[in-house]
Design a protein around this ligand. Structure first.
Ligand code: AP5
Ligand code: MG
Length: 212
C-alpha cells in the first residue's frame, strides 16, 4: 500500500519512515531530505531552496512538485511512503495527477498527531548524522556517544531550521498551508489519524496496523 505520512514538524514522520523502510521494504520519499541532499550537493535546486528552508518557509510549489515528479520516474513498483509531501492543496492536486498518470493509487493519508509542546522539545533536541542522515534525540533517543552517530560514526549536527526562532515560522507555515491538506484527504476518504505520542515502537505498531 502506498501511503502519506503527514503531520507537523517534529511529529516523527522521518523516524517512522525509516522503520517502515527497514521492516516493510517500503520506498521512503521525503521532500525535506531531497532538498537537504540538493543543498549539500550545491545543485541549482539546492541553491534556490536553501535560504527558504533555513528561514522555515515552504519552498514554492512548482519547484517541489517538479522534484517529486522526478522521483516518480525512478519508481519501479515498490510501495512508497511520502513524507512531507504534499504540504499544500496545490501539491495534493498535483500528486493526484501524478498518481493517475503513473497508474498508481494512494491507500491512506496517515496523520501523526502530536501536540505543540512536544513538537518544540522534539525539534530542539533533534540531532542528525551529517554522513548517513540517521536521526537521534538528546533525551528521547540519545546516541551511545554524545555527538557521534551509532550507525556510521559520523558527526551529529543540529539542523539549522531546528533553532527555536525558525521552529515558530515552520509551525505557522504548517498551520496556514498544510492543515487544509488534511481536509482534502478527509473528503477523499483516505484520512486516518494515529497518536504520535509515546514510545517510538508503540507509534510504529499503530502505523503498521493501518497497513495490515
Ligand atoms: P522536513 O525535513 O520535511 O521537515 P518537517 O516536515 O518540518 O518535519 P521534520 O523532519 O522536522 O520532522 P519529522 O516529523 O520527520 O520528525 P522526526 O522523525 O525527525 O522539511 C524541511 C523544510 O523543507 C520545510 O520547512 C520546507 O522549507 C521544505 N519542504 C519540505 N517539504 C516541502 C514541501 N512539500 N513543500 C514545500 N516545502 C517543503 O522526529 C523529530 C525528533 O523527535 C527526532 O529527534 C526524533 O528522534 C524524535 N522522536 C521521534 N519520534 C519520537 C517519539 N515517539 N518519542 C520521542 N521522540 C521522538
Ligand atoms: Mg523529517
Amino acid at each position: 500500500m502506498n501511503i502519506l505520512l503527514f503531520g507537523p514538524p517534529g511529529a516523527g514522520k522521518g523516524t517512522q519512515s525509516a522503520l517502515l523502510k527497514e521492516r516493510l521494504n517500503m520506498l521512503h520519499i521525503s521532500t525535506g531530505d531531497l532538498f537537504r541532499a540538493n543543498i549539500k550537493g550545491q545543485t541549482e535546486l539546492g541553491l534556490k531552496a536553501k535560504a527558504i528552508i533555513d528561514r522555515g518557509d515552504l519552498v514554492p510549489d512548482e519547484i517541489t512538485i517538479g522534484m517529486v515528479e522526478q522521483e516518480f520516474q525512478k519508481m519501479s513498483g515498490q510501495s512508497f511512503i511520502l513524507d512531507g509531501f504534499p504540504r499544500t492543496v496545490a501539491q495534493a492536486e498535483a500528486l493526484d495527477r501524478l498518481l493517475a498518470t503513473n497508474n498508481m493509487d494512494l491507500g491512506k493519508a496517515i496523520f501523526m498527531d502530536v501536540s505543540h509542546d512536544y513538537l518544540v522539545k522534539r525539534l530542539t533536541g533533534r540531532r542528525v548524522c551529517s554522513d548517513c542522515g540517521a536521526t537521534f534525540h538528546v533525551d528521547a533517543m540519545p546516541p551511545k556517544k554524545e555527538g557521534v552517530c551509532d550507525n556510521c560514526g559520523g558527526e551529529l549536527k543540529q539542523r539549522k531550521d531546528d533553532h527555536e526562532s525558525v521552529i515558530s515560522t515552520r509551525l505557522k507555515a504548517y498551520e496556514e498551508n498544510t492543515l487544509p491538506v488534511l481536509e482534502y484527504y478527509k473528503e477523499a476518504g483516505k484520512y486516518v489519524e494515529v497518536d504520535g505520542l509515546g514510545e517510538t515502537e508503540d507509534v510504529y505498531k499503530r502505523i503498521a496496523a493501518e497497513l495490515a
